[in-house]
Design a protein around this ligand. Structure first.
Ligand SMILES: *Cc1c(COP(=O)(O)O)cnc(C)c1O
Length: 376
């Protein structure tokens, strides 16, 4: 089905096509100079000491667990209102996810008070996810984490260039993870980045992304090295130059895209804030934010009525989504479930409306007209 207003549209043009063509014509298509350029540009834009390009964000999260040496029986505090990859990574290393509730239906980020309550002698890491690119309460979270000497991983997939009190998301905790999946703010198809200010973590991430080998084939092909040793049971988690070339172009476009999204959010707020059946999360957030999505929460509708609203909007040509089905309700995570009243309220009542840079004022006016008609 084609929608009058889709949820998302790729910010692609001839520049991405040309970048890919150039890499193909160079005949070096795997990890090489484009990955390095993408990493260097990313690190400087995000004001991080190191950026390590990877095949996607799921493996970035896995490597984060490995770098922090999380093991069998360790506990990792995480949200449930997130994409399942945030939590799957904890199981890759046989650790136990400990779900923390979100603050409220108007602040869909992990609740620092919950984090503090859930810390035990077995807690080895805290993973936060900046919902929609709106920053978690990082001052309080870092204070709790430092007090207990627990490292913090930021799943910053939603928040490229988003800020919290002047700092870029992904650089406040110990490790930041980003995704370049097609529907993210920066799209390469598949792709991910791990950023850190810690030299050891960066070196180990580079080792683990390439089989635990001490050199990569590009270094060998360019004559810098002929032999290698294998010092860890590593993985193949590398990005390649085709994806990196697209990423470099996307980085040139992101600032403008984010500025357009900020205007779209303003228009949404002005057209929807009179609807008393809706909560607009993070309505009073004044930070520079990526606006990965535009979420609203219906007041006390429940899952079935929310889904009916979605069907009606789809019939009107407005594509919507739900961010997210709560992870603790999935079969494999039920055994880790605990009472999460705010998360359950949010997951049953949240509705995601279209958001991308190239949306027009007419598109947003139409979406809001449909929403106000359907939800009253
Ligand atoms: C997209 C996303 C991921 C997974 O990223 P991939 O690159 O698809 O592996 C993880 N966490 C969050 C919050 C995401 O939005």
């Amino acid at each position: 089905m084609s929608y009058k207003v889709p949820l998302f549209d790729l910010n692609f043009d001839e520049k991405e096509e040309l970048a890919v063509q150039n890499v193909i014509r160079s005949k070096w298509i795997s990890t090489g100079p484009k990955c390095l350029e993408f990493e260097q540009t990313f690190a400087s834009m995000f004001r991080a000491k190191h950026a390590v390009s990877l095949s996607n964000c799921t493996v970035a999260l896995h490597l984060a667990m490995k770098l922090l040496n999380i093991q069998d029986g360790d506990e990792v505090i995480c949200p449930s209102l997130t994409f399942v990859a945030t939590v799957n990574c904890i199981r890759y290393v046989n650790a136990t996810p400990v779900f923390a509730d979100v603050t409220s239906t108007s602040d869909l980020n992990i609740d620092p008070a919950e984090i503090e309550r859930l810390i035990t002698p077995k807690t080895r890491a805290i993973i936060v996810m900046h919902y929609g690119g709106f920053p978690c309460q990082m001052d309080r979270i870092m204070e709790i984490a430092r007090k207990h000497n627990i490292p913090v991983v930021e799943d910053a997939c939603h928040g490229p260039l988003s800020e919290y009190k002047g700092q870029k998301l992904g650089t406040i905790g110990d490790i930041g993870c980003f995704s370049f999946f097609s529907n993210k703010n920066i799209s390469t198809g598949e792709g991910g980045m791990l950023i850190t200010n810690n030299d050891e973590y960066a070196a180990k991430a580079k080792l683990l992304r390439s089989h635990g080998m001490t050199t990569m084939s590009y270094q060998r092909a360019s004559g810098h090295s002929t032999e290698y040793d294998v010092v860890e049971a590593g993985f193949n988690y590398r990005m390649d130059d085709i994806h990196a070339a697209i990423g470099i172009v996307q980085l040139q476009k992101i600032q403008e895209d984010l500025e357009q999204r900020i205007l779209h959010r303003k228009q949404y707020l002005s057209l929807l804030s009179n609807n008393t059946k809706l909560i607009i999360p993070f309505a009073d957030c004044n930070e520079f934010v990526s606006n990965y999505i535009f979420p609203v929460v219906l007041k006390g509708y429940g899952k079935d009525r929310r889904n009916e609203m979605r069907t009606k909007l789809h019939e009107m040509g407005v594509q919507t989504s739900v961010h997210y089905p709560a992870v603790h309700r999935f079969s494999i995570f039920e055994r880790y479930a605990r009472p999460l009243p705010m998360t359950e309220d949010a997951t049953d009542n949240e509705l995601t409306l279209p958001m991308y840079g190239k949306l027009s004022e007419e598109d947003i006016a139409y979406v809001c007209e449909c929403v106000n008609k359907v939800i009253q």
